[in-house]
Design a protein around this ligand. Sequence first.
Ligand SMILES: Nc1ncnc2c1ncn2[C@@H]1O[C@H](COP(=O)(O)OP(=O)(O)OP(=O)(O)O)[C@@H](O)[C@H]1O
Ligand SMILES: [Mg+2]
Length: 286
Amino acid sequence: MSAQSDSSPQPEAATAVSIELKDIVQEYPASGGGITRVVDGVNLVFERPGINMLLGPSGCGKSTILHMLGGVRPMNAKTPTSGKILIDGVECHDAHDDSVMVFQRYSNRPDLSVFDNVAFPFRLNLWKKRVPEAEWRKRISDMLESVGLADKRNLRPSQLSGGQNQRVALARALVLRPRILLMDEPFGALDAQTREEMQLLLIDLYKERPCLVVFVTHDVTEALVLGDRVIVLSPQPAKIADDFTIDVPRPRSTTWQRSEEALQHEKRILAQLHKAPGKGTVRVTV
Ligand SMILES: Nc1ncnc2c1ncn2[C@@H]1O[C@H](COP(=O)(O)OP(=O)(O)OP(=O)(O)O)[C@@H](O)[C@H]1O
Ligand SMILES: [Mg+2]
């Protein structure tokens, strides 16, 4: 929901958070020597809970920006090369305690049960101190109900489908009740039907507890179905090519997805993506 327009409950004050990217530049060592500029002066402000979709041609720097926000640092480069990331107005150099990431590869531990995979962060110092065990056990049971895995709590990831594994990863992230949720093509490896189910699940879970989501996708339809705001990056080096809001309550019906309004948004996104010189994939599933 845009915090302003959705019919879902207004976010609790505790979830309010702001992120500011100021003049972000990222350069990496190039394989043939020298440097490659990947991100070129990106300025972005996220001021409230909402689902912010980040699109751009393959290789333009989407993951670079998301990892930067999540404090995931590459071994071979200072990041950002220049510019600042401010969270709640404070410059942030590392992983922020209130943010979690969900990746396309769901990174569940094969040796742990579904329950223990979701419980994993609570066994680490930061979260152990924050949430008492009785509470996190209750939260996990509730979350497994919400994501439809209550009867699978004792199974291992190898006994689950790809979609179920991604539910585990989503549960592990959301059970922490993060103020910032960073998602890097989380549904990109799933088939169309499972992807749609996961989008609806995310909408439901988000309504229960809104937070600031930055969601990278290649899928234009996914951006239209989920986004309060759509940010499109230019080909590398990434600059902001477009940035607009979609003020329509979720879930967004297939009728809306075929409406003139949705079509205009789609055209607007594709116009930018098609400026990329030929590489990469764009998906439109309507
Ligand atoms: N640590 C690194 N060292 C050198 N080059 C890197 C490093 N990380 C990323 N790159 C390069 O930076 C560019 C942007 O990478 P990034 O992963 O951010 O793109 P992306 O937009 O997420 O692409 P995709 O849509 O394919 O996931 C690519 O050319 C990539 O090869
Ligand atoms: Mg990427």
